[in-house]
Design a protein. Structure first.
Length: 220
């Protein structure tokens, strides 16, 4: 009962900070080859010009090995007043390898992980203005609304920045792993023995009725 209540309380906040749906890929290479490919692709090179779109706006990727997978973070580099500045890391992309470590077929599952303390610096400015608004000769409802709007916009900006970073990292992982051999799933024949489903739905419904009636007679 307590767990159910906690899930209902946490669910709205989870949806608010939901960044990207999980992504799955099947690669025709071993785990070590997948990890090495990602690490090499994270470094810009003139020999990998097909990956140049990954580094627009001075984007940088950091690939770190973890247990059964890898962790990717991303930043952009800008110049202000002649100085190079890197953006804050808002989220991480966690990749998990599924399958035997010595297999030549690897399933890669990607999921986003937000940094919970990333929005805090962005709340300093709304907090400063809120300290001024609270003393304004306005109605209480108006002051509360303006303050809530300031904090809401700051949280929305942080969420969009995190989602943008995750989207760039997912694109990076997919683009980099495309260099590895693909896995072609075998296609099923149109008609197989023991398979009830046919090309037309009415054939399936007919077979289902026969199956249901046979079991009804057995139970009777």
């Amino acid at each position: 009962m307590i767990n159910r209540i906690m899930r209902r309380i946490v669910r709205p906040f989870h949806l608010l900070w939901w960044l990207h749906p999980p992504v799955g890929m099947v690669v025709g290479a071993a785990r070590a080859a997948c990890l090495q490919t990602l690490i090499v692709a994270s470094k810009p090179s003139q020999y990998r010009l097909h990956l140049r779109d990954l580094f627009v706006d001075g984007r940088h990727y950091d690939v770190q090995p973890i247990a059964n997978g890898f962790r990717i973070t991303s930043q952009t580099v800008t110049r202000r007043n002649g100085e190079r500045r890197r953006s804050q890391r808002a989220a991480a992309l966690i990749g998990t390898f599924i399958g035997a470590s010595d297999s030549n077929v690897t399933v890669v599952r990607l999921r986003a992980q937000a940094f919970p303390f990333y929005p805090l610096p962005g709340l300093l400015l709304p907090a400063f203005f809120s300290s001024i608004i609270v003393y304004m000769p306005w109605e209480i409802a108006l002051r509360v609304g303006v303050i809530a709007l300031l904090f809401g916009l700051a949280l929305l900006r942080a969420r969009l920045e995190a989602a943008l970073q995750v989207g760039a990292m997912v694109f990076f992982a997919q683009k980099a792993l495309d260099d590895l051999p693909p896995v072609h799933a075998p296609e099923l024949a149109e008609v197989l023995p023991g398979v009830v489903m046919r090309a037309r739905q009415k054939d399936f419904m007919h077979e289902w009725e026969k199956f249901y009636e046979a079991h009804q007679h057995e139970e009777g």
